[in-house]
Design a protein around this ligand. Sequence first.
Ligand code: FEO
Length: 170
Amino acid sequence: MASERMLKALNEQIQEEMFSAYLYLSMSADFEAKNLKGFAHWMKLQAQEELIHALKFFDFIPEVNGEVILLPIAQPQKTWETPLKAFEDAYEHEKHISGKINDLVTIALEDKDYATKTTLLDWFVSEQVEEEATASEIVQLLKMAGDSFQGIFMMDQKLAGRVIEAANEE
Ligand code: FEO
């Protein structure tokens, strides 16, 4: 059985992951409206990954006899000036999420809740390394592309090729 504070933090993490999905869907809609279909596709898949992350917490809480409490999801920003600005925000957001996962690990260690740490949180620690690296790499590429139409077009083509990762398909 997880502690009360762990259960509270796990429920809050569902909210964080759902907000992540909302944020990336909002970016996807903004890209779509600007006819940047590859960017829009990439962000929509990212939103799907975030829903899977939320479901991992949603499914885990009852396994430790906890109660799922769904918290409100804030309205995300609607538009971004450039693709670079959107991906810079995505990168900052992923760093924020990594901090939240680290806070959960801290609670698990303080509570000696090794079950939650091993069964659930360790996966997220690794996942966040990947999430940050991916967003950071795209930020770097967009900085190199600059404002040139050709650079943005090439990035749009590249991001159009994203597929859902096998590890997240379950
Ligand atoms: Fe669920 Fe992108 O962190």
